[in-house]
Design a protein around this ligand. Structure first.
Ligand SMILES: C[S@@+](CC[C@H](N)C(=O)[O-])C[C@H]1O[C@@H](n2cnc3c(N)ncnc32)[C@H](O)[C@@H]1O
Length: 249
């Protein structure tokens, strides 16, 4: 692979064990997000990881392996699809792949039934990295964003899955409407898809935190930087893609 997060435990998991946990996030996206978590640690940004839509834990485990001692990983899922055995498979993968039991928290619920109090009660502090990958309707995405932003560390990152996916075109419209109500939040980067299942993610953060991450992503993944950038109207976000190229003119 031409990409590494720089965290040996995470990179080993992504190379050796990622495929043994069923899931939908790409190796490429997991590597970049793990790099962001490593970057946060190097900047002294402390907090937890939380995910809506944990499924068997493929992406969750990659992020959890990147956390510092004392930080927790929270998995939220209805855990009822495709069958009731999902939560047991999730816990088995976490144990097999070395996540500490006292660092892993699970909430079996639809995210829209949770409050910020539930999140803070489960974790005891702010979330430095949120991954939103649950119900892919515009209303649920909006509700998930509303929930997640309340516990987000001031310098934290919200990562949204399946943005710009052909199957869910309305999600990006919901994101744009949400961003219009939250002008303090900016799109930091677009992580392009590997394929139709391992689809694109968008990372957002407060505008005043963008400089903590943007150039660092370009410097860390130069072979994957698509130099034209992502046009969000009055600013550009970083684009990272597995195989960057420009049309020949
Ligand atoms: C695409 S899978 C997640 C894949 C996983 N994040 C990964 O990267 O491998 C979507 C998950 O969202 C869960 N889900 C769907 N609606 C939900 C909701 N309203 N609240 C929480 N989880 C939900 C499903 O049960 C399913 O496990």
């Amino acid at each position: 692979m031409t990409f590494r997060s720089g965290n040996p435990a995470v990179d080993r998991y992504i190379v050796e064990d990622y495929e043994s946990v069923r899931g939908m996030s790409s190796r490429f996206a997991a590597t970049i997000c793990a790099h962001v978590i490593r970057r946060q640690s190097s900047l002294g940004i402390e907090g937890h990881f939380a995910e809506i839509g944990t499924f068997e834990g493929r992406f969750f485990i990659a992020m959890a392996l990147g956390l510092a001692r004392g930080e927790k990983a929270l998995g939220i899922d209805t855990f009822d699809w495709p069958d009731a055995g999902l939560i047991d498979r999730f816990h088995a993968h976490c144990a097999r792949l070395g996540l500490p039991e006292d660092g892993t928290v699970t909430i079996k619920s639809a995210a829209r039934d949770l409050t910020d109090g539930d999140i803070r009660g489960a974790l005891g502090g702010p979330v430095r990295f949120w991954h939103i990958d649950g119900d892919h309707t515009p209303d649920s995405l909006t509700a998930d964003l509303d929930l997640a932003v309340q516990s987000l560390h001031a310098k934290g990152v919200l990562c949204l899955d399946d943005m710009l996916h052909p199957g869910y075109p309305l999600l990006v419209a919901a994101l744009q409407a949400w961003l219009a109500r939250h002008p303090e939040m900016h799109v930091l980067a677009v992580i392009d898809r590997e394929d139709i299942v391992a689809a694109a993610k968008v990372m957002i953060c407060r505008e005043d935190a963008v400089d903590l991450y943007g150039q660092d992503l370009v410097d860390a993944f130069p072979a994957h930087h698509w130099k034209l950038g992502s046009d969000w109207g009055d600013y550009f976000a970083v684009v990272l893609t597995p195989q960057p190229r420009l049309a020949e003119v």
